[in-house]
Ligand binder design. Structure first.
Ligand SMILES: NC(=O)c1ccc[n+]([C@@H]2O[C@H](COP(=O)([O-])OP(=O)(O)OC[C@H]3O[C@@H](n4cnc5c(N)ncnc54)[C@H](OP(=O)(O)O)[C@@H]3O)[C@@H](O)[C@H]2O)c1
Length: 270
């Protein structure tokens, strides 16, 4: 752990989809940096509760909280619960995401709607609740220069088109302008809004892409830096974006992708 344990002291964070993969790592790192952490899950209470227990055993503060981020009532109840527990929220990590892949010609409306509902509408609902709480509370200069921080977990597919995954790519393209538009609107209130766009990170969501040596070799052709990403790569970036160390960073997407967005196939062609 490279960050000081008091970097986020006195702050509380909500990580949506904190029960698995990237969200789980971000929740862990935020807690190590001193934040109280609410770990959201939708269908898997056990890993969320286990992480909350571990953080508490290590002297931190954490709770597990259930909500389907695509449901407005769930999201409102989740924010009420977290504010009741921690007093307020300083950091929102908008991370929950799913894939429902299908060739475009065969994609059902249900597959389209499910992905847009979680990946895009979910981010809208959570960001709106967070911003309302940040405005209600205002800045506490001894805690942070900002009234609050929103970090969207996007994807390299906010810019790289992805055949066979048009619902996912459309949701992440939407997250890009959702983030920037919110950032423009909330800057006057000192609310910082940014995205992290991961490349290929080893988690459950993309297991077939890396779990065999053959699949990993194919994947590596797309990654100039020569390794598949780890969840910790994203968590370290998230802690920095959540802290005042990045206080002048606003309305931008930080690509954490080993160079995947560099059009690697053009390195020796074109
Ligand atoms: N892994 C990658 O290579 C990669 C690359 C680019 C972007 N991303 C993005 O990173 C984020 C996290 O992905 P991951 O790879 O860590 O995936 P993951 O391991 O499959 O985790 C997904 C998380 O989202 C939660 N979730 C799913 N539906 C939800 C809902 N309706 N309401 C609330 N939470 C819900 C899951 O909770 P339950 O298990 O409780 O349902 C789980 O905690 C996603 O936004 C994904 O698009 C990942």
């Amino acid at each position: 752990m490279t960050y000081p344990s008091d970097l986020l002291k006195g702050q509380s964070a909500l990580v949506t989809g904190g029960s698995s993969g990237i969200g789980e790592a971000i929740a862990r790192y935020l807690a190590k940096a001193g934040a109280a952490v609410a770990i959201n899950y939708n269908s898997s209470p056990e890993p969320a509760q286990k992480l909350a227990d571990t953080i508490q055993t290590e002297g931190g503060r954490a709770i597990a909280v259930k909500a389907n981020v695509s449901q407005e009532d769930d999201v409102k109840a989740m924010f009420s619960q977290v504010c009741q527990e921690f007093g307020t929220i300083d950091i929102l990590i908008n991370n929950s995401g799913i894939q429902k892949d299908a060739p475009f010609l065969d994609m059902t409306l249900e597959q389209w709607n499910q992905v847009i509902a979680v990946n895009l509408t979910g981010q809208f609902l959570c960001a709106r609740e967070a911003a309302q709480e940040f405005l209600r509370r205002g800045i506490r200069p001894e805690i942070s220069s900002a009234a609050g921080k929103i970090i969207s977990i996007s994807s390299v597919h906010e810019v790289i088109p992805w055949a066979g995954h048009v619902n996912y790519a459309a949701s992440k393209g939407g997250v890009s302008l959702l983030m920037k538009s919110i950032a423009q609107e909330l800057a006057p209130y000192n609310i910082r809004v940014n995205s992290i766009a991961p490349g290929a990170i080893k988690t459950a969501i993309n297991r077939p892409a890396w779990e065999t040596p053959e699949a990993e070799a194919e994947l590596l052709k797309l990654i100039p830096y020569g390794r598949v990403g780890e969840v910790d790569d994203i968590a370290k970036a998230a802690v920095w974006l959540a802290s005042d160390e990045s206080d002048y960073v606003h309305g931008t997407t930080l690509f954490v992708d080993g160079g995947m967005t560099l059009y690697p196939e053009f390195a020796e062609g074109g």
